[in-house]
Design a protein. Sequence first.
Length: 94
Amino acid sequence: MRSCRSIWDRAICLLVSQLRSIWHVSLLDEKSVVLQALGKHFPFEVAIGVNGRVYINSMTPVQTVLIANAILNSEHMKSKGVQDMVQKLVNMVS
C-alpha cells in the first residue's frame, strides 16, 4: 500500500476496503449519522471515492482504525444503534 503522506500532510490514513455502492453514497450525505457521531469525539477527515473506497485521516493509528471499523459496522444499523456503538468505542479508548 502506498504511503498516504502525499494525500494528507502530517496525517495517518487508512484505506478501507471497497464499500457497497449504495452505502458509500449515503456517507456523502452531510447528515450521515456515523460521521456526525464520530466527529463529535474525534478530529478526522474522510474522502469517499466514486469507486467506493474510503480514505480516513485522523490523529493516531488507533483512531483511524476505530473510525474505519465504526463506518464499516454501521452499514446495517439504525441511528440509535450507531450512536450507541460510537459512544462505546469512545469509552473504550478514553
